[in-house]
Ligand binder design. Structure first.
Ligand SMILES: CC(C)(COP(=O)(O)OP(=O)(O)OC[C@H]1O[C@@H](n2cnc3c(N)ncnc32)[C@H](O)[C@@H]1OP(=O)(O)O)[C@@H](O)C(=O)NCCC(=O)NCCS
Length: 152
């Protein structure tokens, strides 16, 4: 990882910088869970598993992870384009995976659009694509999916 980049726990005041970062990537869908309240709630439950990469006091990378005491889940992995390819994504995932492992979580999952080239990144860092499972979803609040891909 490039020197001068610090990986630390995510905190509530990172929110604005994170939204700025996430909006740049079509692969990071923003949903109702990304409202300020949703963000705070997720951090209050899963703060031990969420990390940011900071360069020059600027949030330049993120990963939000959590678990339901059975499986871990990874959300919002992102690294600013200016920092990509220098090990920051790997360092963020390592931090999240270690934290989940330390909490006794044996396996983690993540959702990724099938056309996202970040699949290659995950393969390089030990993740594998499942071909024996389909993802099924149901909207429980609201009339339609809140999620939109920010750049098609
Ligand atoms: C995926 C992402 C976080 C990787 O961050 P990064 O800091 O560039 O990752 P690293 O530098 O640790 O890369 C580790 C390895 O993966 C490779 N890699 C990273 N992103 C890649 C991509 N999009 N396609 C192919 N290979 C990739 C790197 O080249 C490197 O390979 P090497 O070890 O052979 O040199 C970053 O590309 C990103 O923010 N993408 C947009 C957001 C996104 O789609 N996130 C996933 C949402 S599910």
């Amino acid at each position: 990882m490039r020197s001068g980049v610090l990986i630390r726990r995510m905190i509530n005041t990172d929110y604005e910088g994170l939204v700025c970062l996430w909006k740049k990537f079509a692969g990071n869908t923003m949903t109702g869970a990304d409202s300020p309240e949703g963000f705070r709630e997720f951090l209050s439950n899963n703060g031990d598993f969420c990390f940011v990469a900071v360069e020059n006091d600027r949030v330049a990378g993120s990963v939000m992870a959590g678990h339901d005491s059975r499986r871990g889940y990874i959300y919002h992995l992102a690294v600013d384009e200016s920092l990509q390819g220098k090990g920051t994504g790997t360092a963020l995932m390592s931090a999240a995976e270690s934290a989940l492992r330390n909490a006794g979580i044996e396996k983690a999952h993540l959702f990724i659009y099938s056309d996202n080239t970040a699949i290659k990144f995950y393969e390089k860092t030990g993740w594998h694509t499942r071909h024996d499972i389909e993802v099924m979803s149901k909207v429980l609040i609201g009339e339609k999916y809140l999620g939109t891909r920010v750049r098609e």
